[in-house]
Each structure stands twice: as structure tokens, then as C-alpha cells.
Ligand binder design. Structure first.
Ligand SMILES: [Cu+2]
Length: 192
């Protein structure tokens, strides 16, 4: 008898907890407009860092080493919110001009060009910046980037928020052809 009653009480408690969690996930309470609040309420058992995760982040950011001129920065953009996030611009003291690029197949030739609309990081998802794909294009590197160099970057999001990070200089030999301006683009002229 006693054991059964205790079990029932436990079950009820569990059900009640589940109900509360469900409510919390439905935006009934949003203290200080923190986007991360619903996730923290509904999934406390997941990675502890998730509770304090920034809305947007970048993992393993790096810059291709170069003497000067053009280079590119890469990494994995992470969106910790329930809405898509768009990166619309970037800056770095390393290069006065920076563009957000994509690599596309143009008549059988891989060329890069400014990505219209910027980089979209899907809600709760990631967006890869990698050689041969989307990248942060440094149009005119002003000083040599050596392996291990620490290069500060700031990305601007569509809403005006910013993401600051430090990318590490890294040698990368492959995929060089991807970073040569295509005939159709003539970047030197359009950005000179
Ligand atoms: Cu590029």
C-alpha cells in the first residue's frame, strides 16, 4: 500500500514537471527578452553551456596565411537561437576591405563572388565557411599573416548585432584556384 502510494506520488510529480516544462517552452515567460530562455527551460539536461550560449558563435576560425593581397577566413558559424541569423558584413584590421563570398560553378570554372544577401545560419543550425565554399574574403591584406597569427574579426548581423572573434593563421595549400578571381568578375577593377 505505502509503496504504491509513494510511486503514485512520484508519477504525479513527474507529470507535473513535464507539464511545467511544456509551458516554459511556449514562451509564457521571457525574462529580459533572452532568446535562450525557452531552451534552457525545456532542456536543462543537455550541455550546460547551452544555457549561457551566445545567440551566434563561430568555432575553429582560421585565416589562410599570406604575404599580402587576398586571403580568406573560415570557420563554422553556429546559431543558438530559434530564428535564422544572417551575417551581412565583416571587418578586420588586417584588411580594409572585406566581402562575404561564395564559390560557384561558372561554365565549368569555379569562381568566387560576393554572396547576395550574406551568409544565412539556419535556426539552431550551422553554416560552414570553408575552402571551396562560402568564406570571409580579405580583399587587401596589409601585413603578412604567419601560421599562428591572431587576427581579430567582427561580423555584423542583419539586425545590427555583431560577432567578434579571433581567427588563427593557418597554412593551406589546396584549393588555391578557388581564390583566383574569375574572368567574369574582374575584381581588381571593380574593387580598385
Ligand atoms: Cu573570395
Amino acid at each position: 500500500m505505502i509503496v504504491r502510494r509513494v510511486l503514485s506520488a512520484g508519477l504525479l510529480a513527474a507529470l507535473a514537471t513535464a507539464a511545467v516544462s511544456a509551458c516554459g517552452a511556449q514562451s509564457s515567460e521571457q525574462p529580459a527578452g533572452k532568446a535562450a530562455a525557452p531552451a534552457a527551460a525545456s532542456a536543462p539536461a543537455t550541455a550546460p553551456a547551452a544555457a549561457d550560449a551566445p545567440p551566434v558563435a563561430i568555432t575553429d576560425p582560421w585565416v589562410k596565411t599570406t604575404k599580402k593581397g587576398m586571403s580568406a577566413a573560415f570557420g563554422t558559424l553556429v546559431n543558438n537561437t530559434d530564428s535564422d541569423i544572417t551575417v551581412v558584413a565583416g571587418t578586420s584590421p588586417l584588411s580594409p576591405k572585406i566581402e562575404l563570398h561564395e564559390v560557384v560553378d561558372s561554365k565549368g570554372k569555379m569562381i568566387m563572388r560576393p554572396k547576395e544577401g550574406g551568409f544565412v545560419i539556419p535556426a539552431r543550425g550551422t553554416h560552414q565557411l570553408q575552402p571551396g565554399g562560402d568564406h570571409i574574403m580579405l580583399m587587401g591584406v596589409t601585413e603578412e599573416v604567419k601560421p599562428g597569427a591572431q587576427i581579430p574579426f567582427t561580423l555584423t548581423l542583419k539586425g545590427g548585432e555583431t560577432l567578434e572573434f579571433t581567427a588563427v593563421g593557418k597554412d593551406f595549400a589546396g584549393g588555391k584556384e578557388d581564390y583566383q578571381p574569375g574572368k567574369d568578375m574582374d575584381m581588381d577593377k571593380s574593387h580598385g
